[in-house]
Every structure is written in structure tokens, then in C-alpha cells.
Design a protein around this ligand. Structure first.
Ligand code: ZN
Length: 102
């Protein structure tokens, strides 16, 4: 496992959503999470919104809404690359960081 970037033809994941399903789910989690990125707790515009899997599909996570949260596209990418623990140190540099949960 030395690849740091998976090529398009990587092994199949459990089950991916169709683009239409993914968009519908993004709409749902955007409303559910009130437009707040669940990785950095900052407001997220609809154009910047993406779905973040709490348990990655490659680790056996599902596409249920319960496993998906709203995240900035940037935060989502960072989480993929670094893992969510390191994301905290990145986002804590931003003004308005608030550790309140829920
Ligand atoms: Zn974010």
C-alpha cells in the first residue's frame, strides 16, 4: 500500500451512490447539519458543500445518511489526505473556532 493517490481504476468500493442519489443526499445532510461543516464547525455555502463519510467506504462504511455529514470540499479533501485528527490543528487557526459539540 504505497500509493498516496488512488487512480480512477482502483478496486471497487462497497456501494457508491449515483450522482443523482449523491446530490439528493447532500441536500438532506446540508439541511440536517444546518449548513455547518461538521469537520471545522464553520458555515458552509451550498456550492462548497460535500459529503464526508464518518467511516470511509473503503473501511466498510456505508452511504446511509447516518454515516454521512456535511463538510466543506476543502475540509473533506484534507480529511481524506491527513485524517481527521490533523484537521483540527489546521482549522483551529481559523477565527471563530469553537469546540462546542452537538
Ligand atoms: Zn469545513
Amino acid at each position: 500500500m504505497s500509493a498516496k493517490w488512488s487512480p480512477a481504476g482502483e478496486r471497487r468500493r462497497a456501494r457508491d451512490l449515483t450522482p443523482r442519489e449523491a446530490k439528493a443526499q447532500l441536500n438532506r445532510v446540508y439541511r440536517r447539519d444546518r449548513g455547518i461543516c461538521q469537520l471545522c464547525d464553520l458555515p458552509c455555502t451550498r456550492a462548497d458543500a460535500s459529503r464526508e463519510h464518518k467511516i470511509p467506504l473503503r473501511d466498510g462504511g456505508s452511504n446511509d445518511d447516518g454515516n454521512v455529514v456535511l463538510a466543506h470540499k476543502l475540509c473533506n479533501n484534507l480529511a481524506d489526505q491527513q485524517g481527521q485528527t490533523n484537521l483540527r490543528s489546521y482549522t483551529s487557526q481559523s477565527e471563530g473556532w469553537d469546540d462546542a459539540d452537538g
